[in-house]
Write a protein that binds this ligand. Structure first.
Ligand code: HEC
Ligand code: HEC
Length: 243
């Protein structure tokens, strides 16, 4: 337990170090910059797809781009929200002043476009010779060799830096935390994986990674763990372009 508390402190310090590097927080900064560098919005949201929370264009359409909703949304951004789109809570952002929250709410309401279509499918044979289908590429050819994609390798590196301490090397489970391969095998969806990872479960010793990873970075970790769960990757460092 003492060890878990220590690890938690280390994670907290790393996160703090990232936050102090944040860009200036005012309206001369573009909304995208603010949401990715100053705040943690792109950990849980994307413009045209659901992540932990709804896509920005889904929110804009839900409120019919109605400017009179700006104060309501600005208050939600600052105070947090639950129940407007589902059961998953959005954390509060009390460190954001009302002017900035209004600026971001205006920007979100102004967005429109199409939601991302269904993902492509990729088929591979796993180590037991079974055909498995995934919605992301795992391997590619590089100079005549089969290597893993940059995203999978990035996921391996991030897992191996931040998750292995509790969840075990090579994602096999640890003393303090469950085997994430089993979680996925037992039916945990990608969305649930993102919710647990970004929001954390602080009472159980699982830190939240929102503000530390953006959605694309956590997606790499997800792809790596899913490829391990499907027996597409053996334990250890996967072959990469830089070998
Ligand atoms: C840890 C995940 C998480 C983070 C970080 C996050 N959100 Fe959310 N957000 C959600 C969830 C989940 C919902 C849906 C809440 C609900 O159903 O009421 C949501 C809803 C919203 C809504 C719609 C609120 C409503 O009641 O209609 C807005 C606007 C929004 N988020 C903006 C932001 C902004 C701006 C940031 C960054 C400052 C941010 N979010 C950061 C998870 C998050
Ligand atoms: C300080 C220890 C610690 C670290 C570091 C950690 N976790 Fe966890 N994690 C836990 C614990 C403990 C649980 C179990 C929580 C519970 O019992 O509900 C957990 C649960 C989870 C779950 C839910 C699993 C399930 O079956 O419900 C996911 C997903 C997860 N962690 C992802 C991650 C990812 C991704 C990382 C690295 C970015 C990470 N964790 C880093 C301690 C940790």
């Amino acid at each position: 337990m003492a060890r878990a508390a220590f690890l938690f402190a280390v994670v907290a310090i790393v996160i703090l170090a990232r936050w102090t590097g944040a860009t200036a927080q005012d309206e001369t900064t573009s909304p995208e910059q603010l949401m990715s560098h100053g705040f943690d919005c792109f950990s849980c949201h994307a413009i045209n797809k659901e992540v932990v929370g709804p896509a920005w264009i889904t929110i804009a359409e839900h409120y019919h781009h109605d400017p009179s909703k700006v104060p309501y949304l600005a208050a939600k951004i600052r105070d947090g929200s639950v129940g407007d789109f589902g059961k998953i809570p959005m954390p509060a952002h009390q460190d954001m002043n009302n002017k900035l929250a209004t600026y971001l709410a205006n920007y979100i309401l102004s967005l429109n476009g199409a939601l991302e279509g269904p993902p492509r499918k990729y088929q591979y044979k796993n180590s037991n010779g079974e055909e498995v289908t995934v919605d992301f590429p795992v391997f590619e050819n590089y100079q005549g060799r089969q290597v893993v994609t940059r995203d999978i390798f990035g996921g391996f590196e991030k897992y191996d830096s931040y998750c292995f301490r509790c969840h075990g090397f090579d994602a096999v489970g640890g003393e303090y935390a469950p085997d994430l391969r089993k979680s996925l095998d037992n039916g945990m969806s990608k969305h649930d994986f993102f919710v647990a990872s970004m929001e954390g479960r602080s009472s159980k010793g699982m830190p939240g990674w929102a503000g530390f990873f953006d959605a694309d970075e956590l997606n790499q970790v997800y792809e790596y763990v899913e490829a391990r769960a499907l027996d597409l990757l053996p334990p250890g460092r996967p072959p990469s372009q830089s070998d």
